[in-house]
Design a protein. Structure first.
Lengths: 133, 311
């Protein structure tokens, strides 16, 4: 499968996040993701975006969706809140509650922070799982 | 002309049966006993028979003589039946009183449309009308956003298909599989799934806490402007752990998903509900937790936060 990239820039309001879900849904559907996989993607992106809004006033959110051979990579940003960064980067073993860290690690295969100058992006990776016939 | 009038009179006499005076006298005991259709045991069936006689008499009074008092009396008599039917649907997230009101509309329609010539009992005719009205209410009014009827129906079909496919395939189905089974396209399925998030809206009159006894404040009280009770609310929120807002089932489902790593399909089969219901419960629970955290450290802005509960 060749690499494919979709760039989205949406207003940082919960009502606009459904656009992100629709694009993710279409992409995941085309990739043959199961409903469980899609629900996980929705939970992770909704969780991160809502947490970001809770930490800092944002006007826009950029989401890059890259489909590589065996994974779907989402890069979401730009964020500046150190609290958000700490939450995302926390060790999942240290999470006792269902916070952002556990939510992201519970739904995605990879979660990490990528520096982007003074700001940062959050990178979420979901590996493609072959659906049994 | 005269013949036709006579014919109509004869037909009316047939429908009216015995004279109203005799009939009223016969049914007076039933009135005094406050007979309640759909409730209570009546071993010898005598009370029921009397109630039926009274029904027929009142129906004739209303339909043939436009007696609105008879109609009111019928409505009052059958309200216990409405309440009994509404109770079946009371666990679906709507207020019982609202369901009773909707059911009452079904009852009134049944009384108004009742055909005296059919020879059936009012209960037989009213029950499907009342249930139908309640079901229509769930279909039409249970959506926080007006979703087109076609999409609502597809959503219902998709939910059924997901359950069937999950059981048959022993795994979570793909969108393409759901679309094929629902005779639809993947785009329509995704749209239907997204629209289902608009279901189970929370009333602005609902309490912001889970405490059914807390009826002093409603969500609408917290919309817009400076709220005097905000500080009190904030203090209360800071003291309360996030999980306290969740009921035991929500806690259990979140535990299964995020601590035991079960998928939504696996949780659905363990808890005995549909995958889409699990999905809705997880989202709702996370929203509650998010709200909790948001109230603890929200920045002083966000015009959009708190006004849109779609996520």
């Amino acid at each position: 499968m060749s690499t494919e990239r979709i760039n989205l820039e949406v207003p940082a309001t919960p009502s606009a996040f459904c656009v992100v879900r629709r694009v993710l849904g279409g992409l995941g559907s085309r990739l043959g993701y199961s409903l469980d996989d899609l629900e996980d993607l929705y939970l992770a992106t909704d969780g991160l975006l809502c947490a970001a809004l809770g930490h800092e006033p944002l006007e826009w959110v950029r989401i890059a969706m890259v489909v590589a051979s065996d994974d779907l990579r989402l890069t979401m940003g730009r964020f500046t809140s150190p609290d958000l960064r700490a939450e995302v980067a926390a060790e999942v073993q240290a999470c006792n509650d269902i916070d952002l860290c556990r939510l992201l690690h519970g739904t995605m295969d990879e979660v990490h922070v990528a520096d982007a100058g003074a700001a940062f992006d959050v990178v979420l990776v979901r590996r493609h799982r072959e659906v049994r016939p | 002309m005269i013949e036709r009038d006579e014919h109509v009179s004869a037909e009316r006499r047939d429908l009216e049966g015995p004279t109203p005076q005799v009939q009223l006298a016969a049914s007076a005991p039933a009135l005094n006993q406050k007979s309640e259709p759909g409730r209570g045991a009546d071993p010898d069936g005598r009370g029921r028979a009397e109630s039926d006689k009274l029904d027929q008499y009142l129906l004739r009074r209303y339909h043939l003589h436009d007696d609105l008092k008879a109609r009111d009396q019928l409505i009052t008599m059958y309200m216990p039946l409405v309440r009994s039917l509404a109770r079946r649907y009371a666990s679906r997230g709507e207020h019982f009183d609202d369901l009773v009101q909707v059911g009452a509309i079904g009852l009134i329609k049944a009384i108004d449309r009742f055909d005296l010539t059919r020879g059936v009992e009012l209960t037989t005719y009213a029950t499907p009308n009342i249930v139908g009205e309640i079901k229509r209410y769930f279909r039409d009014k249970g959506w926080s956003v007006r979703v087109p009827r076609g999409l609502q129906e597809l959503n219902i079909r998709v939910n059924k298909v997901i359950d069937e496919l999950t059981a048959r395939l022993q795994r979570s189905p793909t969108i393409a599989e759901i679309a094929e089974a629902a005779s639809s396209t993947p785009e329509e399925v995704l749209e239907a799934l997204e629209s289902s998030q608009a279901y189970n809206s929370i009333s602005l009159q609902a309490s912001p806490t889970n405490d059914p006894g807390d009826d002093e404040a409603t969500l609408v009280d917290y919309l817009g402007g400076d709220e005097d009770a905000y500080d009190t609310m904030e203090d209360r929120t800071m003291l309360a752990p996030g999980f306290a807002k969740l009921d035991s089932r929500e806690r259990y489902i979140l535990h299964l998903r995020f601590f035991e790593g079960l998928t939504q399909s696996q949780i659905a089969s363990r808890v005995g509900i549909s995958q889409m219901h699990v999905s809705r419960l997880i989202r709702r629970s996370l929203e509650k937790l998010r709200d909790e955290i948001g109230e603890l450290d929200a920045p002083p802005v966000s015009q959009s936060r708190g006004t849109d509960s779609a996520l």
